[in-house]
Design a protein around this ligand. Structure first.
Ligand code: SAM
Length: 215
């Protein structure tokens, strides 16, 4: 199998490779503000982190810069190459490990003090809840599972029409059916000002779920 075939071997890979091949390389290179605040408050001691659907690596590189050893996972090789490049430029390539998985099919091995899925949304049909449940299994004792997701559509979003109903944070949390052994640190829907691809801004809502493994 040729490298190019391998990198578009699933619908997700084909979709996201195409997406990143057209995307401005600066997009998504800054950490998500919600994750930044949350880690600062709830996971101040660095360890091993897993960033699911890392995109251009804004979160992964920021986490590495504050001392985390980050496994950065994405289905798009193009994105992962840019994460590696960004990590080199930031002087943290020894703490950022870009790994390609189609998370609907395979999942990285290991246990992590922080497992984060920031805006892990895709128009491709995938068993997202199953992936997030698998993500929960990868959280070490006392570790944190963080899911930050859109709870409203930005006006520039090409994927979501204005009539789409987003789940509430509680509905998202319930859908994970994690049962005992978790303490809910955050389950809310704060608003923030988002910046679009043309530099435009709009007020949007996120669902923020942060769960600490207690059992
Ligand atoms: C909306 S972007 C979010 C990127 C980044 N986390 C951020 O906050 O800017 C969703 C990311 O998930 C990745 N992704 C989508 N489906 C995937 C899958 N099945 N396996 C692994 N990564 C996937 C995409 O390539 C993309 O980078």
């Amino acid at each position: 199998m040729q490298q190019a075939d391998r990198d578009t071997d699933t619908d997700s890979a084909a979709y996201w490779e195409n997406h990143y091949s057209r995307l401005d390389t600066r997009w998504g290179t800054k950490p998500n503000i919600v994750l930044k605040d949350l880690v600062t408050d709830l996971a101040p001691t660095p360890g091993a982190a897993l960033d699911l659907g890392c995109g251009h690596g804004g979160d992964a590189i920021w986490l590495a810069a504050i001392g985390w050893d980050v496994t950065a996972v994405d289905v798009a090789r193009t994105a992962l190459d840019r994460v590696a490049e960004g990590a080199r430029a930031a002087g943290v390539s020894d703490r950022v490990h870009p790994v390609r998985h189609d998370l609907a099919r395979t999942f990285p091995e290991g246990e992590f003090g922080l497992v984060s899925a920031s805006y892990f949304h895709t128009p491709v049909e995938i068993p997202r809840v199953q992936v997030l449940r698998r993500a929960a299994e990868a959280v070490a004792p006392d570790g944190l599972l963080v899911v930050v997701e859109h709870a409203s559509a930005a006006p520039w979003s090409s994927h979501v029409g204005p009539d789409v109903r987003f789940p509430t944070a509680q509905e998202s949390l319930d859908s994970l059916q994690l049962g005992e052994g978790w303490h809910t640190e955050r389950c809310d829907a704060p608003r923030r000002t988002a910046t679009g691809p043309q530099g435009q801004s709009a007020s949007v809502t996120d669902n923020v779920i942060a769960l600490r493994r207690t059992g």
